[in-house]
Design a protein around this ligand. Sequence first.
Ligand code: GRF
Length: 209
Amino acid sequence: MKLGFLASHNGSNMQAIIEACKTGALQATPAVVISNNAESGALARAKRESIPSYHLSSKTHPSPERLDRAILDALLAHQVDIVILAGYMKKLGELTLKRFEGAILNIHPALLPKFGGQGMYGIHVHEAVLAAGEHETGVTIHLVTEEYDSGAIIGQENVPVMPGDTPKSLQERVLKTEHAYFPKVLQKIESGEMAIPGYKMPTSQCPDR
Ligand code: GRF
């Protein structure tokens, strides 16, 4: 299973998945990293790990259609099976969404459908959770569609809100769960225990053959 990552900033979720690939906990290959941010931690991590990486953005491709095509071409050139949005702050274009329909996963640091959508990113999510007086938050992994945070949910993991939590302390606790949970979900997809519409296990790997 070849993984293609799109990430805008730190890339700690991507790194957690790379580590799971390295230990063999996840039987997958990080095939390519794409970032819209030339200075991102994600691109630096890709270089350190010798994973092919590309800066593709409105700076490199001012036309949105050409940018979409360039992203799709990079994913196809590296024979990606599953696209992982790991803190990617841009919308994907139509071509990429269509070609990888049902095989693009995003991680969101709350229990969708609550605390999702436009403006719900980074620390804002955790501020909103605390302002709403929630006792529980969590992590959601969902399929990506053209709308933010609205594709089918494929997995969720709960995280408690503790008395005295600040947005920062909550963010840190949720992020730890993200790092453990994303590789786990990918492992279930890889083993066939969990299915997503856009990824078919190679027949040689099917458990009943
Ligand atoms: C994570 O909290 C993720 O849920 C959200 O963006 C953040 C990315 O963090 N989509 P990192 O770049 O993986 O450290």
